[in-house]
Structure formats: structure tokens, C-alpha cells
Design a protein around this ligand. Structure first.
Ligand SMILES: Nc1ncnc2c1ncn2[C@@H]1O[C@H](COP(=O)(O)OP(=O)(O)O)[C@@H](O)[C@H]1O
Ligand SMILES: O=P(O)(O)O[C@H]1O[C@H](CO)[C@@H](O[C@H]2O[C@H](CO)[C@@H](O)[C@H](O)[C@H]2O)[C@H](O)[C@H]1O
Length: 545
């Protein structure tokens, strides 16, 4: 923007002579709002994903009305443009309130419109807006052909709005609990397509009757200017739970590592098991059961069952081409290698640029990672589709313990939005189901290493001894999970390949995930980078054996 223009905008008043119903047609308002107000507001939001880039300017990609009778709110699709030559879209619903009691939180702009003083706020803070959205979903008509498409399912049994509150969890979108019975998630980062979370939720719970994901209750999609359906909200049943499987695992591991001393276990005498060897509970040696406890292995079997059932449901479609299974082929191989080599190069770059910020074990591992870059790169190149006989299906795509809710002895799988760094198209590409399994195995590794790094000092053992115990434990976790997962998958005729193929894909995907995680950690919590670095080096060394 030229200096002259900028000056004009800076001088623009926050007094506008349009009615709220026409305010977005007022060019002065739009220019002032986008440049002087939202640039500052948006970058401060928890849901803003552009924090490590430099914002250039914001444009209003489009807007739509969310309304009922006389009550009007706007849904803004903001296009945030970055100096680094890319953009992201965000959803921001706005409301005008004249009573400041309704504008205590998330005030965006004090404004006077058509002589009426008030505030523009994020509409999600307004109960009237949440009620209206719920009512619009409740009263949605089938085959809605309007631009803002509300939809509901048979699982939405309440017809009256009673209450609503923020979910209040650490999350990248914004979820609201309605009637203490439903969760409506408003997506903040918006992609020009249906959101995979919405698509997968409908498919699994509506079409396949998969029970271990929150039942789909409704959604809001917008038909954008190009006629593409863009998801802005997904409503599901609220699942009663005792927290997520990540917290659960950390609690269990604290006890497991505590047992080493409490039960006077000699780590050097613990029997090992081969990596990826499928195990039944009876195959786990009594010393290991005594150390870890039977319950945790039973829980892992249940998690493996729910994971296998998800994949069986996802792999059982024969008419909807978005879900029908596919085989590996040359196009997939090219797509995969391009993506992974690009990602790997990006991680090398991040590590090289930040190496001075690392120290101790992190630094040693980062140096080894850089030294072995050609070997690691070769692992990604070594994918040969002609040797693979298994199927590719739609998968969860970002499967880790934090995406699993614990309900008594059972688990519910959540958040099918896919891997945050991938494009929306890439997230919908059919992948080997073992990619999800590799994701959860990486999570087991994370939980074990997080316990050693964060509370290792609480245990009377050297760090090396704890690593040794941790690696043994990790192999049993994987073995017991595999034992249940593979037998269920085979019973239902989903083809995940022959034994060597399965091991190849698991190693490949675990390396891919650990490399992805290295970037995630270096950007979000560098002190955790040591965990994926451990993972990468152990995968590389494992296959060297
Ligand atoms: N249907 C649900 N029932 C119970 N809790 C839920 C439900 N959906 C989400 N949650 C809780 O909210 C958290 C964030 O949800 P998630 O869908 O992962 O949001 P985001 O995509 O914004 O990260 C979950 O980890 C879980 O604790
Ligand atoms: O926010 P998302 O759930 O989409 O996932 C991102 O954040 C995750 C951390 O919350 C990150 O997961 C990594 O750390 C977890 C422990 O905190 C661990 O269980 C996962 O295995 C590990 O990948 C995830 O990678 C990132 O995409």
C-alpha cells in the first residue's frame, strides 16, 4: 500500500454511516477494518497459524451472512498474504453489539454505525449467535441449495437450544459445547474444499456406522465464488471422557518406570523382542508383564482394535470414489517422493539454521542427522511401488495419542483434519493404512522418551539404562499392537501387504513422521526436538542392523 493511501486509512474514522446490514459494502470501512484493525487482531489469536511468517496484508476473500429473520451476522473469509509469497485463509464470524456487557471478550473494534455506538466482536463470544447457528442446523432442510448450507443428521436429537460454552481446550480451531451434549467446531484455518474432518466424520459415523468416533450431528458449508463447498463448522456428539490417550500414556509410563526400582528389576536381564514382531499377550514374557502390568497391554490391544476397525470401515467402500481403495502406482510414488524430499530438505535447512540454539544430546543428534543426510534421503528415494501389493485407502492422516479420547476402558478417535502442514488435496490422497499405525508408534516413542527426558531424574537409574528399558518397552508396545491390528485387518480382508512389505512401510512412514515432527518441534517447542531426533537416528540405525 502506498504511503498516501496508508495515511488516508490511518485517518479514516471508526464512525461509519452505513447500517450494519450494509456495512460490508462500505469500502472505507473494509479498508480500515482489514488494514488497521484485523492485521493486529488476527496475529494475536491462538488460532492464527502464520506466526513464524511475516504478514504482508489482509484481503477479504469473501463474506456471507449467517442470519435468521432480522438477526444478521457476517462470516468473513480473510485472505492473509505473507511476505514469503504465500497466503492462508481464516474464518472470522463477526457481530455488532451495542451493549458493552456483550463485548467483554474478544472486542475487535469500538465503532459507531449509523449513529449507534457499539462494538464489533468475534461472534462466537455471543450466545445469541451460537443459539442461531444451532437453530439453523436443527432446522436445516435436505438438499439445501443456498450459499450457506446447513446440514443435520439423525444424531441431532435436541430441537431446542438450552446452553452453550467454549470447550476451553488447547486447540487450533474453536469448539463450542451446546446443551452439554454437542460440540460444534468452527474451523479457523479454511481451505478451498470440504474439510476432511467433516468428510471423514460423515463417512465413518453416518455411512459406515463406525462407533468409536463422535457421531456426526451437523455441519455448515459455504459454496464459494468458484462453486466449491468450503467447510466452516462441524457438529458432533460430545463424548464423555477421562482425557486423551497421551495424558493417559504419560501417567501409565510414570508407573512403569517407577516399577523398575519398586520391583527391583534388573534392566540388563529384561528379555527383548524383535522390532515389529506381532505378539499375543501370551507371547509377552512374564518378567515384562510383571514390570509393565497386564492392563496397559490390554489397553494397547483395545486401541489396536479401534484403529483396525477404523481402517476396515475406511477400506470398505466400493461406490464413492473419494473412499474406494486403490493400489500403489507410479503417480503415487512420484507424488510421495516429491513431497518427502521437499519436506526433508526443509528440515535440513531448519536444523542447519538453528543448530547454535541446540545443546547437549540434542546437538549431538542434530550433528549426526546432518552427517547422515544422504543416507536418510536415500531411504525416502528407496520407495518402489512395483514391489508393493497392499492397498491405499483414506486414512486419519495425523494419528497420534493426542487425537484419541479415553472413555473407561475404551477409546474414541478424533480430529480427521489431516496433517497440518499438508495441502488440502494432499490430505485426501489415499495412503497405506500403516501410515496411521506408524503415527501412533511414533507417539509411543514420544511418550517413552518424554518420560525419560522430563522425569528421568526421579528414577534411580542412569539415562542410558532408562533408554535401554524404554527401547525394550517400545518394542513390546509395538508387538502387542501389531498382533491385534494385523489379525483383525486380515480377518476383514483389507490388504496391507505381506510381512516384509508391512515392515518396509512402517519404517518408511515412521521416518517420514519423525522428520515431519522435527520441523514441528523446532518451530513450536525446540526443547522437544531431541525426541524426533532420537526417533530418526534409531530408525536409521535399526535398519542398518
Ligand atoms: N466430540 C467430542 N467429545 C469430547 N471431547 C471432544 C470432542 N471433540 C473434541 N474434543 C476435545 O477437544 C479437543 C480438541 O478437539 P480437536 O477436534 O482435536 O480440535 P482442533 O482441530 O482444533 O485441534 C480434543 O483433544 C478433545 O479433548
Ligand atoms: O495439533 P495437532 O494435533 O494436529 O498435531 C500437532 O501437534 C502435536 C503435539 O500436540 C504433534 O504431536 C507430536 O507430539 C505429541 C506429544 O505432544 C506426540 O504424541 C506425537 O506423536 C507427536 O507427533 C503433531 O506432530 C503436530 O502435527
Amino acid at each position: 500500500m502506498s504511503e498516501k493511501n496508508k495515511k488516508q486509512v490511518e485517518q479514516a474514522p471508526s464512525v461509519f454511516d452505513s447500517a450494519w446490514e450494509n456495512l460490508l459494502e462500505n469500502e472505507n470501512f473494509i479498508e480500515y477494518f482489514l488494514c488497521d484493525v484485523l492485521e493486529d487482531y488476527v496475529t494475536k489469536q491462538r488460532w492464527y497459524g502464520g506466526k513464524s511468517s511475516k504478514l504482508k496484508y489482509i484481503e477479504l476473500a469473501e463474506y456471507f451472512r449467517i442470519q435468521q429473520h432480522e438477526e444478521v451476522y457476517y462470516g468473513l473469509l480473510l485472505e492473509v498474504n505473507f511476505e514469503e509469497a504465500f497466503y492462508q485463509h481464516y474464518f472470522l464470524p463477526i457481530a455488532f453489539v451495542s451493549d458493552e456487557n456483550f463485548a467483554e471478550k474478544d472486542r475487535i473494534l469500538p465503532v459507531s454505525i449509523n449513529g449507534q455506538d457499539g462494538f464489533i466482536i468475534d461472534a462466537l463470544n455471543l450466545e445469541a449467535f451460537r443459539k442461531l447457528v444451532f437453530e439453523r442446523i436443527v432446522t436445516a432442510v435436505p438438499n439445501d441449495k443456498t450459499r450457506v448450507r446447513y446440514h443435520n443428521s439423525v444424531h441431532l436429537t435436541d430441537k431446542e437450544y438450552r446452553s452453550s460454552r467454549f470447550m476451553g481446550m488447547e486447540q487450533s480451531n474453536t469448539s463450542i459445547i451446546i446443551n452439554d451434549k454437542y460440540v460444534i467446531k468452527f474451523f479457523r484455518r479454511i481451505y478451498s474444499d470440504t474439510n476432511p474432518d467433516y468428510e471423514m466424520s460423515c463417512f465413518l459415523s453416518e455411512i459406515k456406522g463406525y462407533k468409536n468416533t463422535p457421531p456426526y450431528c451437523g455441519s455448515i458449508n459455504i459454496v464459494d465464488i468458484e462453486g466449491i463447498m468450503v467447510t466452516i463448522a462441524l457438529m458432533q456428539e460430545l463424548v464423555e471422557n477421562q482425557g486423551d490417550a497421551w495424558e493417559y500414556m504419560l501417567k501409565e509410563l510414570k508407573m512403569v518406570f517407577g516399577n523398575l526400582a519398586a520391583k527391583r528389576i534388573n534392566i540388563d536381564k529384561l528379555p527383548g523382542t524383535q522390532m515389529f514382531k506381532s505378539l499375543e499377550i501370551n507371547d509377552v514374557p512374564p518378567q515384562i508383564i510383571d514390570w509393565v502390568g497386564l492392563n496397559l497391554f490390554l489397553k494397547l490391544q483395545t486401541l489396536a482394535t479401534r484403529t483396525a476397525e477404523m481402517h476396515i470401515a475406511l477400506g470398505s467402500e466400493f461406490s464413492d470414489t473419494a473412499f474406494t481403495p486403490a493400489h500403489f502406482n507410479g503417480d503415487y510414488e512420484v507424488w510421495l517422493k516429491n513431497r518427502l524430499l521437499y519436506q526433508f530438505q526443509n528440515r535440513l535447512n531448519i536444523v542447519e539454521n538453528n543448530i547454535s540454539r541446540l545443546e547437549g544430546r540434542s546437538l549431538d543428534l542434530a550433528e549426526k542427522f546432518l552427517e547422515q543426510k544422504n543416507d536418510i534421503r536415500q531411504r525416502f528415494v528407496r520407495f518402489d511401488w512395483t514391489k508393493l501389493k497392499g492397498e491405499r485407502i483414506r486414512i486419519h492422516g495425523d494419528y497420534h495419542l493426542g487425537q484419541v479420547l479415553v472413555q473407561g476402558d475404551d477409546f474414541y478417535l478424533l480430529d480427521f483434519e489431516g496433517e497440518p502442514e499438508s495441502t488440502i488435496r494432499d490430505r485426501k490422497v489415499k495412503q497405506p493404512p500403516l501410515k496411521d499405525v506408524a503415527g501412533i508408534f511414533r507417539s509411543f516413542h514420544y511418550a517413552i522418551y518424554a518420560t525419560i527426558f522430563n522425569s528421568g531424574k526421579d528414577y534411580p537409574f542412569s539415562q542410558d539404562a532408562l533408554f535401554k528399558a524404554g527401547e525394550i518397552l517400545y518394542r513390546y508396545f509395538i508387538g502387542v499392537f501389531m498382533g491385534r491390528y494385523v489379525s483383525l485387518i486380515q480377518e476383514h480382508n483389507l490388504n496391507i501387504g505381506y510381512t516384509q512389505e508391512r515392515i518396509f512401510i512402517l519404517r518408511y512412514c515412521m521416518l517420514e513422521k519423525a522428520v515431519y515432527e522435527l520441523g514441528y518441534e523446532m518451530n513450536s517447542r525446540p526443547q522437544w526436538a531431541v525426541i524426533p531426533l532420537e526417533g530418526i537416528m534409531s530408525i536409521i540405525n535399526e535398519t542398518n542392523n
